[in-house]
Design a protein around this ligand. Structure first.
Ligand SMILES: [Zn+2]
Length: 156
């Protein structure tokens, strides 16, 4: 019996931890820009999908995204907050038909993806290390924000 069969947290499964090169990550609700960024990352790094079930586009909340201990295999992205922040920083309306704005938005979404993937990896490692325990809080995310930030590549 493999470790993931014993997990009480069912989010990390064979489907999202083994042979992930063939995994398909859904974006719900579907958004073409978020889906494009996701596919671009997966083309560069097929292992990026390891541990990820779904990318949820969510509404209000803190920051630009998060991963919850109740479902550490899902990445939540606050698309509207990211759109607003990119528009604010560029001094432009949030118009995805503007190529300059769209490119900056995609880059910002990519940064959020890598940061949140850091939290997924942190949780997956912790859970793999304690397959019989239902981890939460700091025991599920021992690396915290520093670990997630280190997962963001230097795009400069
Ligand atoms: Zn974070």
């Amino acid at each position: 019996m493999n470790w993931y069969h014993r997990l009480k947290l069912a989010q990390f499964t064979a489907e999202n931890t083994v042979n992930v090169e063939n995994s398909s990550i859904q974006v719900t609700p579907y958004d073409p820009i978020v889906d494009e960024v996701k596919n671009r990352i997966l083309e560069k790094d097929p292992q990026f999908g390891r541990g990820i079930n779904t990318v949820n586009i969510v509404g209000a909340g803190p920051g630009f995204g998060n991963v919850e201990s109740t479902n550490p295999a899902d990445i939540n992205i606050r698309l509207e907050a990211i759109k607003s922040e990119v528009a604010r920083q560029m001094g432009l309306p949030a118009n995805t038909q503007d190529p300059n704005y769209a490119e900056a938005l995609k880059r910002a979404i990519e940064v959020v993806f890598y940061h949140e993937k850091g939290h997924v990896t942190d949780a997956l490692r912790a859970q793999e290390g304690s397959p019989d325990d239902q981890l939460s809080g700091q025991s599920l995310f021992p690396g915290g924000e520093p670990f997630a930030e280190r997962n963001v590549p230097d795009f400069q």
